[in-house]
Ligand binder design. Structure first.
Ligand code: GDP
Ligand code: IMO
Ligand code: MG
Length: 425
């Protein structure tokens, strides 16, 4: 029963999609277990670039069954557009399975996301404004609507009318105009969306279990990352789901005994999109510009410039603990080429005290001052490097420093954005 979880150890965009795509060659299923189209997973395979939002990154490998688990919130317009886009580029989505228990995002969720962000003013979270938070709120309030409701028009209409009633009162009170009605939503969801998605809606939990029983290889693709987790992340600057590995039970119906490997994906430096504390953040300047320009640090979907900073060891170490990470995949090592001195955050000063542990109390993390060690950089371009022996000695030292500090081995090192730009250790 070999299930492998792939999880981000920072604030997202570590290169999870690339690692899942790489591992898909030896897998049978690729399963998403939380989040929605706030995710943007980029894969470059055979010179072609794909940016996936909802469909698991295993979809590019024809023998892999991509599964959208019950833990996701789905905007059908985005999912259908993604399926059509992939099909138009010759990637078949015929094998896709969508959990009947995954929740639906409606236009009022998107409007609420936008409205709330406006109201937060300077304290805004910087959400992707795709309705993720409001859809999960409805799920927790037990008024959420699920994929299977698309197959039951009467129930669908009754619940939608009740939900819309409540949301419209909020929009009216806030003078927030909207461009939809009960009728327009019913027409689209029970018409076009149901027609397109019905063949894919199924019981994914038993499908995954039957596959595990047959000894199939299952990849569980985390979206977002450990520090965007709504319990363990930098609350309230988090997403509204639980990306941590333990969430596969809730979001895909898989218990911990099935998991044999948890791969923590670490970007060789740190990035973050949106608001919230970031102790090792670089001020604007040459090194920040280098990381953004060479690393292409702009949001896959939102195109926002990502905030950049040095590698933060206590963060990765705590993520290793939270997720039971058994091995690391370090991505974007190539981006560090040409930076003479590399800083690595090894501890923090919190209110005059040194802490080597990640400060779990957010009031501490908000004021944490990073303490750095400095390691030598290297000049060699890594884009053609495929073997450990070809890595410059300074790059090996950098990797070994991370490995020793975190206490789990590094098995993959990314040396460029393409599928083949990888060193297996
Ligand atoms: P994800 O959300 O974790 O899947 O990551 P994203 O796809 O949002 O962001 C990672 C970006 O880095 C993408 O543009 C990838 O193509 C790119 N990438 C992944 N691994 C590497 C690597 O080792 N080197 C370089 N230069 N780019 C990489
Ligand atoms: P992947 O899977 C980076 C961030 C948003 C915002 C916060 C809440 O590509 O790594 P939300 O729309 O989820 O309510 O926004 O979370 N965020 C991400 N940042 N990568 C992602 O996904 C993200 N998904 C959400 O920028 O700060
Ligand atoms: Mg991303």
């Amino acid at each position: 029963m070999p299930a492998t979880v792939i999880i981000g150890t920072q604030w997202g965009d570590e290169g999870k999609g690339k690692i899942v795509d790489l591992l898909a060659e030896q897998a049978d299923l690729a399963v998403r277990y939380q989040g929605g189209h706030n995710a943007g997973h980029t894969i470059i395979a055979d010179g072609e670039q794909f940016a996936l939002k909802l469909i698991p990154s295993g979809v590019l490998t024809p023998k892999v069954t991509p599964v959208i688990g019950n833990g996701l919130v789905i905007d059908p317009s985005v999912l259908i557009a993604e399926m059509e886009h992939l099909e138009a580029r010759g990637v078949s989505c015929q094998r896709l399975l969508i959990s009947s228990a995954a929740h639906l995002i409606f236009p009022y969720h998107v409007e609420l996301d936008i409205l709330r962000e406006k109201e937060r003013g300077g304290a805004k979270i910087g959400t992707t404004q795709s309705g993720i938070g409001p859809a999960y709120e409805d799920k927790a309030a037990r008024v959420g609507m699920r994929m299977e409701d698309l197959l039951d028009p009467q129930r669908f209409e009754a619940q939608l009318a009740a939900n819309l009633n409540e949301k419209m009162a909020i929009f009216k009170a806030k003078f927030h105009s909207v461009a939809f009605t009960l009728e327009s939503i019913l027409n689209t969801y029970l018409g076009e969306y149901r027609l397109k998605l019905e063949p894919y809606i199924s019981d994914t939990v038993n499908f995954v279990h039957d596959s595990l029983d047959l000894g199939k290889e299952v990849l569980l693709e985390g979206a977002q990352a450990t520090y965007l987790d709504m319990d363990h992340g930098t609350y309230p600057f988090v997403t509204s789901s639980n990306p941590v590995a333990g969430s596969i039970g809730a979001g895909a119906g898989i218990g911990p005994k099935s998991v044999t490997k948890v791969i923590g994906v670490v970007k060789a430096y740190t990035t973050r999109v949106g608001g919230g504390p970031f102790p090792a953040e670089l001020p604007s300047g040459d090194i920040a510009d280098h990381l953004v320009d060479v690393g292409g640090e702009y949001g896959t979907n939102t195109k926002r410039r990502r905030r950049v900073g040095w590698l933060d060891v206590p963060m990765v170490k705590h993520a290793t603990r939270l997720n039971s990470i058994s091995e690391l995949a370090v991505t974007k090592l190539d981006v560090l080429t040409g930076i003479e001195k590399l800083k690595v955050c090894v501890s923090y000063q919190v209110n005059g005290k040194t802490s080597t542990a990640f400060p779990v109390m957010q009031r501490d993390f908000a004021v944490a001052e990073p303490v750095y060690v400095e390691l030598s950089g290297w000049e060699k371009q890594l884009s053609r490097v495929r073997k450990r022996q070809e890595l410059p000695a300074e790059a090996v030292t950098y990797l070994e420093f991370l490995e020793d500090s975190v206490g789990v081995p590094i098995h993959y090192v990314g040396t460029g954005p393409s599928r083949e730009d990888i060193v297996l250790l």
